[in-house]
Design a protein around this ligand. Structure first.
Ligand code: NAP
Length: 526
């Protein structure tokens, strides 16, 4: 499949006339040859109108058609073969093996949602039978199911050009719910976006779905994204990126005539607690594992362990030395974009200049373009809680070790930090009492709590939560990874006393879809 530099509006390929954009090779520091035509506000309007027109037909399609649609997208992505991986590698500087793994994850995610649609429990079909004899008042026949919210705007993330982008988790879960999707391509991977967009466009056609089920717009600067979020046809937004970007889109969504939810995944420093028993028994080993997790993918993971918390004691220095030594052996590597590399360099320089921060180690520098050199810092608990800047995420391979003088300081630090995607505890048997004291706080702070592991690497499964209180995300009740991500794009409707012939299939008496339902408070197939 050829990259043409066109956007995809429904079934059409359209060359944008609102200026020219180029994809960029961050490893060489050069623009890639093919020009992309940027979308205009009119293009966004056309895509949104088509999505609105497609909505009722798309959501009415049999669940089997919707599941096959997701599976067809997965097949089409695989059929793109090496060309997709090569292009993503060129545009992101991410290693080929990592991108192949990410493609597997993307395809697996689409298939997970296909099986989730067929399962049908997401409908939450619930029936409260009428009680005409009830005194003093009779009860009506009440039946509830969930329906899709409407067209969804998706902003692809820079750091996962496949799994969090055009056919990533936001798109897969929105399609699964029955929502048409309009993706705003991330400017850092325009060619990858077009290839995957065409795979979706072909699947729409092959499955006989309305053309407005999917569109892909591209734009330089904020105007296209702003127009998309402001468009009245859009009913929800999925976003992964910077806190500033997420907040700007939330602001636009809140000021609309009809405000809509923005599910933004933004920033997290993922505190990593090493409790004293674990420090004594496995300190050096944990330190090496932590540095591997920190520097994986040039630290460009939202679950990167950016904050390590330890108690001062006889084993602390062993851990700190082992971490510093392991980090010193890591080399600088090219980041996703020149802008992200510059933001990292600034962040590191500011942190190094901080009055109460000690620079522990730096990785080996290189001449590579847009490269980030790993860096490790340390500070005290008192300094950390009194300097809000030390809590800011620096996107890249850097972390801050905070040393607490006692258990109370450690618990106070856990209480002090903002919302997180993850919190990690390294524990041994003699740490259980302290872990029990920390857990209630960590539950309030984080979407996922891990023991004796490393936070990078997010499984796509039924029980996964990739979310958390602000600033990790804009809505702590939700997740952007895993089967529960579909909930963001559904809403409940109750049907009261509807004649049988008007009831949706999921709520008809004879249960024609053979769903698990709650009838009069009991779960079953009735
Ligand atoms: P970003 O700058 O927030 O951009 C993400 C997407 O949102 C892009 O398509 C961007 O388009 C759009 N956008 C951003 N601000 C907007 C606004 N005000 N109005 C309309 N559209 C807007 O994120 P990024 O490019 O992926 O990376 C930059 C920084 O984000 C990183 O340095 C890192 O701090 C953070 N980040 C966090 C995560 C995470 O998982 N938490 C992941 C990746 C990045 P335009 O550029 O065309 O406006």
């Amino acid at each position: 499949m050829q990259i043409t530099g066109e956007m995809l509006i429904g079934g059409a390929s359209v060359r944008g006339a609102e200026g020219t954009m180029f994809a960029f090779d961050p490893a060489r520091g050069t623009a890639l040859e093919l020009p992309f035509g940027a979308s205009s506000a009119d293009d966004v309007d056309r895509a949104c109108r088509l999505a609105h027109a497609a909505f009722d037909a798309f959501r009415a399609a049999p669940f089997e058609t919707r599941a096959r649609f997701l599976e067809t997208i997965a097949e089409n992505i695989l059929a793109l073969g090496d060309a997709l991986i090569e292009r993503a590698h060129q545009e992101s500087a991410l290693p080929v093996a990592r991108l192949e793994g990410e493609r597997g994850r993307t395809v697996g995610q689409l298939r997970l949602f296909a099986s989730h649609i067929r399962d049908g429990r997401w409908l939450a079909a619930t029936i409260d039978s009428a009680q005409p004899e009830r005194k003093p008042l009779p009860r009506a026949d009440l039946r509830l199911q969930k329906i899709p919210v409407g067209p969804v705007a998706v902003f692809g993330a820079s750091n996962f050009p496949l799994a969090f982008s055009v056919a990533g988790g936001d798109t897969a879960s929105a399609f699964a719910a029955g929502c048409p999707v309009i993706v705003k391509a991330h400017p850092a991977h325009l060619g990858t976006s077009e290839l995957v967009g065409r795979a979706i466009q072909q699947a729409v056609r092959a499955c006989g779905l309305p053309e407005g089920t999917f569109s892909l717009v591209i734009g330089a600067g904020n105007a296209i994204g702003e127009a998309l979020v402001a468009h009245p046809a859009i009913k929800a937004v999925g976003f992964t990126g910077s806190r500033g970007g997420g907040l700007a889109l939330m602001d636009i969504a809140a000021k609309r005539r009809e405000p809509i939810p923005v599910y933004a995944e933004m920033s997290s420093i993922n505190p990593f607690f090493v409790l004293p028993g674990a420090l004594a028994k496995r300190g050096a080993e944990i330190a090496r594992g932590f540095v591997d997790s920190l520097t994986l993918g040039v630290g460009q993971f939202c679950t990167n362990p950016g904050l390590v918390v330890v108690l001062d004691g006889p084993d602390t220095q062993v851990f700190v030395d082992a971490a510093a030594q392991a980090l010193g052996q890591k080399g600088a590597q090219t980041m996703l974009t020149a802008g992200i590399a510059a933001a990292y360099a600034n962040g590191i320089a500011e942190r190094a200049a901080g009055a109460n921060v000690c620079a522990l180690a730096r990785g080996a520098d290189t001449d590579a373009k847009s490269a980030a050199c790993p860096a490790l810092f340390a500070t005290t608990q008192q300094a950390f809680v009194s300097d809000p800047q030390l809590e800011d995420e620096i996107f890249g391979p850097t972390s801050l070790i905070v040393i607490c003088r006692n258990v109370d300081e450690m618990i106070a630090l856990a209480e002090h930090v903002g919302g997180q995607l993850t919190a990690t505890l390294h524990v041994e048997a003699d740490d259980v009492a302290l872990a029990r004291r920390l857990l209630p706080t960590l539950e309030r702070k984080a979407g996922r709590i891990l023991a004796n592991g490393y936070p990078t690497g997010v499984e796509v499964s039924h029980a996964m939560v990739h979310g958390g209180p602000f600033p990790a995300t804009s809505d702590p009740r939700m997740t952007s990874v895993g089967a529960m991500a579909i909930e963001r794009f559904l809403r409940p409707v109750c049907y009261q006393d509807l004649p049988a012939e008007l009831l949706p299939p999921a709520l008809q008496d004879d249960n024609p879809l053979d769903l698990w339902r709650v009838r009069d408070g009991r779960l079953g197939h009735g």
